[in-house]
Design a protein around this ligand. Structure first.
Ligand code: GDP
Ligand code: IMO
Ligand code: MG
Length: 424
């Protein structure tokens, strides 16, 4: 029986999904990305080699695995080309094993320009987007004038669609001296990529169904995290896609029964990049220490990540909205040096104690965390590969998290490298 798993982030992204997907990919035939775009930065470390992937599924590092980019992903064709060149440089042969949905919408240079302009115009209320054009590309998709991969193979249609963009995006494009506003240039550059994309474009939904019927196992790779979900995250401080499990169904064209197990990735503390509420954020020496020990700088943008203690209230929400069956806890080793480890079990809002995130997510910015704490283990856990070898205080912390969330732990990560992993 095939066992198809989905990996989703349970916080605000950067939980270590890339590492977890890479590990689980060893036992899968196929790895498929279903949403987001080049805003993602998924890191995989194998020995001395480090790979940061943005659009290409983290399974590509394993020779022979088939990787798909689904229709729910907004694909920047130029960024994808760069990523392919990066893989080639690293000696990874992707020919015949990476495919992209012909129905995926493209992120084009003008989307990045618009992302930049909109962020500026928001002023102090800017979202802190990655400026990868993600929001504007999803806006076009939903407004039904997006440009898809399939349009690359119909030059007349592509030109017509770009001409329409010229009309509807006039206020951003006309008179701009930014080269990203030059649609003729974009059209020419796109045409140069058409041959490459002809070798990559397929009907991902159909291919997955055929593979599934043949008994192949599929690993679905989420990007970002549940709390960035456009519907159920900390909107408007969110990304523009459904980062939760449901996103895989629409983002790949599959039915719910094709997913056997939902794995939520939980960092042993919390980080967030960009603006928006973050109840357990530590703007103090402890926060700095987490950033330093966890090397918390964006894999895509290099921005310092905001850091804080684990937030069980937010995680309860994430586990529910993703239907998480089991969790993979990452970066346990980053907590090794702390005398005391705090974790948030409730929020306080207007004199009330809350066990769940507030009904109106806008109130999220007003809540105060209620903490409990455990003594730290103050032992180096880096590279430990067996649960019983962990210090008992670390095991207590992990068990407490799993019990609170009502899920089992399937995996614990004790370092960035592939082998620094405990299978529970
Ligand atoms: P993703 O976006 O969820 O794939 O996560 P990122 O790759 O953006 O960020 C996770 C970072 O933590 C990367 O630099 C990883 O190499 C690193 N990492 C992953 N797991 C561990 C771990 O268990 N311990 C440590 N110290 N680093 C880890
Ligand atoms: P991975 O897959 C962390 C954040 C941005 C910003 C908000 C909206 O590596 O976990 P966007 O560019 O999507 O419109 O930005 O979402 N964000 C991420 N934060 N990890 C990511 O991806 C992210 N992708 C987007 O920082 O706050
Ligand atoms: Mg990341």
């Amino acid at each position: 029986m095939s066992k198809n798993k989905i990996v989703v982030g349970c916080q605000w992204g950067d939980e270590g999904k890339g590492k977890i997907v890479d590990i689980l990919a060893a036992d899968a035939d196929i790895i498929a990305r279903f949403q987001g775009g080049a805003n993602a930065g998924h890191t995989i470390v194998v020995g001395d080699e480090k790979y940061i992937l943005h659009l290409i599924p983290s399974g590509i590092i394993h020779a022979g695995k088939i990787c798909y980019i689904g229709n729910g992903v907004v694909v920047d064709p130029f960024a994808l080309k760069e990523e392919l060149d990066f893989l080639a440089e690293k000696g990874i042969d992707y020919t015949g094993r990476l495919f992209v949905s012909a129905a995926a919408n493209m992120v084009l240079p003008y989307h990045k320009l618009i992302d930049t302009i909109e962020e500026k115009s928001r002023g102090t209320a800017s979202l802190g987007t990655t400026i990868r054009g993600i929001g504007p590309a999803y806006v076009d998709k939903v407004a039904r004038h997006g440009i898809r991969i399939a349009d690359l193979f119909a030059p007349e249609r592509l030109k017509k669609k770009l001409d329409y963009q010229r009309v509807i995006k006039e206020r951003y494009l006309t008179g701009s001296d930014d080269e990203r506003a030059d649609l003729d240039r974009t059209c020419n550059e796109l045409m140069k990529l058409a041959d490459l994309f002809r070798t990559l474009a397929v009907d991902v939904s159909l291919e997955l169904q055929i593979a599934h019927r043949q008994g192949k196992s599929i690993l679905f790779e989420g990007a970002q995290g549940a709390l960035l979900d456009v519907d159920l995250g900390t909107y408007p401080y969110a990304t523009s896609s459904n980062t939760t499990t449901g996103g895989a169904l629409t983002g790949l064209g599959i039915g719910p029964r094709m997913i056997d197990q939902v794995i939520g990735v939980v960092k042993a503390y919390t980080t967030r990049v960009g603006a928006g509420p973050f109840p357990t954020e530590l703007v103090n020496d402890t926060g700095e220490q987490l950033r330093r020990l966890g090397d918390e700088y964006g894999a895509s943008t290099g921005r310092p990540r905001r850091c804080g203690w684990l937030d069980l209230v937010a995680l309860r929400h994430a586990v529910r909205i993703c239907g998480v069956d089991t969790i993979a806890i990452t970066k346990l080793d980053v907590l090794d040096e702390f005398d005391e480890i705090e974790y948030c079990t409730q929020y306080e809002l207007k004199g009330h104690r809350l066990n769940q995130v507030p009904l109106d997510l806008a109130d999220f910015g007003q809540v105060k965390p209620v903490y409990r704490s455990l003594p730290g283990w103050r032992t180096d856990t880096t590279g430990i590969t067996s649960f019983k070898d962990l210090p008992s205080k670390a095991r207590n912390y992990l068990n407490l998290v799993a019990d609170d969330l009502g899920v089992k732990i399937c995996l614990i990560s004790t370092g960035a490298k592939r082998l620094e992993t405990i299978f529970v």
